[in-house]
Design a protein around this ligand. Structure first.
Ligand code: COA
Length: 178
């Protein structure tokens, strides 16, 4: 990895307008889908931004969610979103560097979690695939998530003992449920 990589950690509402636009462009390019909703869909998000010189090359964000393994109280969870590296910079370790930098920043949460597209990318960084069934908590009760939905977790200093085979639920939210 090149030495010039620098990091900025900011709440969404502290980001400069240009940085917000650059992040939307970065995610749009990485995911190959429009990401204009990035900030609307992530209320009170915190962003970790990696730059090479002045250019944003990689990014991840987290929001607070309440995940609940069966038999455990709801856990204040840092839920990671929009992990993305500009396509021309992928495969150079920047995404891994962002994710390594992120974990100590969420240490005051009770759990880290995310919904992976490529679980192997996170597994080698210590994230563990949840093996139990996934549910969304709604006013009408628990709604099972599709079987192909995947969630990975990161154990943090305050994470209680967990059985990864237990059922896991999250609160309903608009947009992507996981
Ligand atoms: C996933 C992503 C953030 C990784 O960023 P990156 O800067 O390329 O990550 P790194 O260089 O640190 O690590 C690359 C590793 O991630 C894994 N990886 C990345 N993209 C992958 C893909 N499309 N399929 C399978 N594995 C992939 C590989 O294991 C790769 O390992 P290698 O270096 O041995 O080849 C980046 O590929 C990206 O922006 N993808 C599109 C957006 C996306 O899908 N994000 C969510 C991922 S869950």
């Amino acid at each position: 990895m090149q030495e010039k990589l620098t990091f900025q950690i900011s709440k969404a509402n502290e980001l400069a307008p240009n940085d917000r636009l650059e992040l939307i462009e970065l995610c749009t390019a990485a995911y190959e889908e429009a990401f204009d909703h990035l900030f609307d869909s992530l209320p009170d998000s915190t962003h970790i931004i990696a730059r090479l010189g002045n250019e944003i090359v990689s990014h991840a964000a987290w929001v607070t969610r309440w995940l609940q393994p069966e038999g455990v109280p709801e856990l204040r969870t840092a839920y990671i979103e929009a992990v993305a590296t500009l396509p021309r910079y992928q495969g150079q370790g920047f995404g891994s560097a962002v994710m390594r930098k992120l974990v100590p920043l969420i240490n005051d949460y009770e759990l880290g979690a995310l919904s992976p597209s490529y679980s192997a990318f996170y597994a080698r960084l210590g994230w563990e695939l949840w093996q139990g069934s996934l549910f969304i908590r709604t006013a009408a009760g628990l709604v099972a998530s599709p079987a192909d939905e995947e969630v990975m977790i990161m154990r943090l200093p305050q994470t209680p003992a967990l059985d990864l085979r237990a059922a896991l639920s999250a609160e309903w939210r608009a947009g992507e449920l996981w």
